[in-house]
Design a protein around this ligand. Structure first.
Ligand SMILES: [Zn+2]
Length: 103
């Protein structure tokens, strides 16, 4: 699974985008990554957008409130493995979607 190699970068991208510490588009935030990985990052990050900004509460465990930087660190430290699994699942799903279109 070649995506395993870039997974730490993908998790970091998700945490940056979800916490809002990055205002860049996912394709700019993770340059040189495969299109399918960028799409997976975008999907997972959108699900992890914090509850009721600007008082940021975690979308997964409802802890908080966090600053943007605090939420970024919380996502990476506490939910890193969940984010990794979500990204893997999305990549697999997107691969099937694209394969379906090609056939
Ligand atoms: Zn949490």
């Amino acid at each position: 699974m070649p995506y395993e190699v870039i997974m730490p970068r993908l998790v970091d991208c998700v945490a940056r985008i979800a916490s809002g510490i990055s205002k860049k588009a996912p394709s700019e935030e993770c340059p040189s990554l495969p299109k399918i990985a960028v799409e997976a990052v975008e999907l997972v990050a959108s699900r992890l957008a914090p509850q009721s900004a600007p008082a940021l509460y975690c979308a997964l465990c409802y802890k908080g409130p966090y600053t943007r930087k605090g939420y970024y660190l919380h996502l990476k430290r506490v939910h890193g493995s969940e984010i990794k699994e979500e990204i893997s699942r999305e990549i697999k799903r997107l691969e099937q979607v694209y394969r379906g279109h090609l056939e």
